[in-house]
Design a protein around this ligand. Sequence first.
Ligand code: KPL
Length: 321
Amino acid sequence: MARFVVVGGGSLGLLLAGKLAMSDCDVEVWTRSKEQAARIAAEGIAIGDASGSVYAAAKPIRAAALADARPLPDGDAVVLLAVKQTAIGDALLSALAAAVPPGAALVAFCNGIGHVERLAEALPGRDLAAAITTEAALRTDARTVLHTGSGHTFVGPATMFDRLPPYEAEGPGRERLSEVQNRLVLAGFETSVSNKMTERMLRKLLVNAAINPLTALLRVRNGELTASPERLAIMRALYEETVAILRLCGLETEEPLWEELLNVCSRTAMNRSSMLQDVLAGRKTEIDALNGAVCRLAERLDKPVPRNETVVALIRALDSG
Ligand code: KPL
């Protein structure tokens, strides 16, 4: 059985690592801080449900700060990258280059686009895959996470968007993707292997580009975006501009995407989007990987995107404050 490593001690990282450990997977966690790693190593990861009651306290789990992580012995390992786009900088990339040997599979659970290109450049020879998940989780302390909503996870070849049409990164074969799928299913996550990850990544980008900046600017929960005709009209305008660009970049589905967006708002009505949480906590947001990425795609296509440009400028102004 391949060894799994979860990189990231945020809500998704703790959920993945905690549930994999509970299903007796050989799993290790690499966090940003030594303190968090020490707590997880000593006490394990506690998982609770949406009501806040903890139902499973996992056994101690091997954990280390990423900067201190012992290099994995061979390329059999599967690394699940559960970090924000804003964390993918030089420090993280060089730590991964030192600890993850060529041949290992690296599955990126990131919002937005642009990260696969950076991973491919910094980590040649690793098999890159992407995962898109609708699992919802909320971290309540360094070792406790609430599983606030069950969703679906797609894993498959990772797409790069630095050229159009987009293309696939060098990735794991079908057998390895199935191994990742099986492990996630055993851990309790509904998971499919997808051959349409470009589509999946772009659909998620569309949802995040429409919901995240508006919730952060208006300081409202996801469900409140649809609560008045004025808010709905702003979201519709941003959606229309974004979907038109993404349709020129590989988004082909016939499914009704506006309805899908409204559905996400109602399914996650009580959530604060990740961007609103970042703004409220004074952290840098993922705007460059979301609406910023839409603007870069539009520029390549020579299409104007004034609405995306405006939300990027407004969120950057918040970031800089
Ligand atoms: O992915 C999300 C995020 O907040 O980043 C959504 C789907 C908007 C749920 O909150």
